[in-house]
Write a protein that binds this ligand. Structure first.
Ligand code: DAH
Length: 341
C-alpha cells in the first residue's frame, strides 16, 4: 500500500504545482498533453503497468486511473474558472453605468426665415409661378440702370448701396433678377426670385443683409386686376383669409403705376396699435405695372406685352407672422430663439 501511495502522490503533486500558475486555456491544453497525451507522463506509466506482476498491476492500475480522473477533473474545473474569469473581465470592461446622464443630441429646426420663404414660395408655385435666381454681386446696370434708375436719378439715394467697384454693387434688391430673366426668356412668363440683398443700414428693423422675394408676370393683356388678384390671394393665404388688403398709390422707377400694398393690422384688427403706429394698416410690399421703359431695355415690345411686378422683404413678413420685434434675432443664432419655431 505504501508503494501505491507513493505512486499516487508522485504525479499528483507535480501536476498540482504545474497547474497553479496556468492562466490560459492554451496553457491548460499544454499541461493536459504533458500528462495525458500519447507520450504524457501518466500515459507512459499506464503503459509500463504491463511489466508488473499481475497482483501489483491491478492495484497500481487502479491508482493510476484514479489519478487520471483527478487530473482530468482538475483541468476541466480550471478551464471553467478561466472562462468565468474572462467573462467577468469582459463584462467589467464593457459595463455601462445606466445611472449616468445621457448625452442629448438636440434635433435641428428649420430657420424661421427659411420656413417663411418656403411658405411664400409654396403659395406662388401653387399659382403657377416658377422660381428664379440671380447673383448677389451685381452689375450696376442690372441693379439700377435697366430698372429705369439712371445715374442721376433721385431713387438711387433711396438705396444705401455697397459698392464693390464703380460699376459693381451688392444688389440692393431682387429686382435685377427681373431683367436677367427677361433677357434670357420671351413672354409669357411668371416667376418669383427669392434671395439675399444688401443695404448699408442697421437698427432694430434693418440689417445690412436681408432677404427679398421679387415677382414678375408678363404676357399679353396682363392688367392691374391680375396684380390685385394674385397679391390678395397671396396675402390671404399667408396671413388670414379675411385680412383686409389695401393698394396705395406710390412710386417706383421700374413700375407705372406703382402701389404700396398694406394689410389691416393683424395685431389690433385695424383699431390702431404700436406695431401699425396707430394707423390700423401695415405696409407689406411694393408693386406695380412694369414700366414700358423696362420692357424696352430688355427688347420686349411694350405695345404687345404688359406685366406686373412686386417685391417684399421676407424678414418683415416673418416678423409679423411670428410677432418678432427685433430683426437681429434672426441672425444671432440663439438656440433659445430658433427653437421656438
Ligand atoms: N425693389 C423694391 C425695393 O427693394 C421693391 C419693389 C417694389 C419691387 C415694386 C418691385 C416692385 O418689383 O414692382 O424696395
Amino acid at each position: 500500500m505504501g508503494g501505491e501511495k507513493a505512486k499516487n502522490s508522485s504525479l499528483r503533486e507535480p501536476f498540482l504545482n504545474e497547474l497553479s500558475p496556468v492562466d490560459s486555456v492554451a496553457g491548460l491544453e499544454e499541461l493536459r498533453v504533458r500528462y495525458l497525451g500519447k507520450k504524457g507522463l501518466l500515459t507512459s506509466e499506464l503503459k509500463s503497468l504491463g511489466g508488473l506482476p499481475p497482483d501489483e498491476r491491478r492495484a497500481a492500475g487502479a491508482v493510476l486511473n484514479e489519478t487520471k480522473e483527478f487530473i482530468e477533473q482538475a483541468l476541466a474545473q480550471r478551464k471553467q474558472e478561466l472562462k468565468d474569469l474572462e467573462l467577468r473581465r469582459k463584462l467589467a470592461s464593457e459595463s455601462i453605468d445606466v445611472t449616468l446622464p445621457g448625452s442629448y443630441v438636440q434635433p435641428g429646426r428649420i430657420h424661421p426665415l427659411t420656413q417663411t420663404l418656403e411658405e411664400i414660395t409654396d403659395v406662388f408655385v401653387s399659382m403657377g409661378f416658377s422660381v428664379e435666381e440671380g447673383p448677389e454681386v451685381e452689375l450696376d446696370y442690372y441693379n439700377f440702370e435697366a430698372l429705369n434708375i439712371p445715374k442721376e436719378h433721385p431713387a438711387r439715394e433711396m438705396q444705401d448701396t455697397f459698392y464693390v467697384s464703380n460699376d459693381i454693387v451688392l444688389r440692393t434688391h431682387t429686382s435685377p433678377v427681373q431683367i436677367r430673366v427677361m433677357q434670357r426668356k420671351s413672354p409669357p412668363l411668371k416667376f418669383i426670385a427669392p434671395g439675399k440683398v444688401y443695404r448699408c443700414d442697421a437698427d432694430i428693423s434693418h440689417t445690412p443683409m436681408f432677404h427679398q422675394i421679387e415677382g414678375l408676370m408678363v404676357g399679353e393683356d396682363i392688367t392691374f386686376s391680375h396684380l390685385k388678384a394674385v397679391l390678395e390671394s397671396f396675402l390671404h393665404r399667408i396671413f388670414s383669409p379675411d385680412v383686409p388688403v389695401r393698394f396705395r398709390p406710390s412710386y417706383f422707377p421700374f413700375t407705372e403705376p406703382s402701389a404700396e400694398v398694406d394689410i389691416g393690422c393683424i395685431f389690433c384688427k385695424g383699431t390702431g396699435c404700436r406695431t401699425c403706429k396707430g394707423s390700423g394698416w401695415i405696409e407689406i410690399l411694393g408693386a406695380g405695372m412694369v414700366n414700358p421703359h423696362v420692357f424696352e431695355m430688355v427688347g420686349y415690345d411694350p405695345k404687345k406685352y404688359s406685366g406686373f411686378a412686386f417685391g417684399m422683404g421676407i424678414e418683415r413678413i416673418a416678423m409679423l407672422k411670428y410677432s418678432i420685434d427685433d430683426i437681429r434675432l434672426f441672425y444671432e443664432n440663439d438656440i433659445r430663439f430658433l427653437g421656438q419655431f
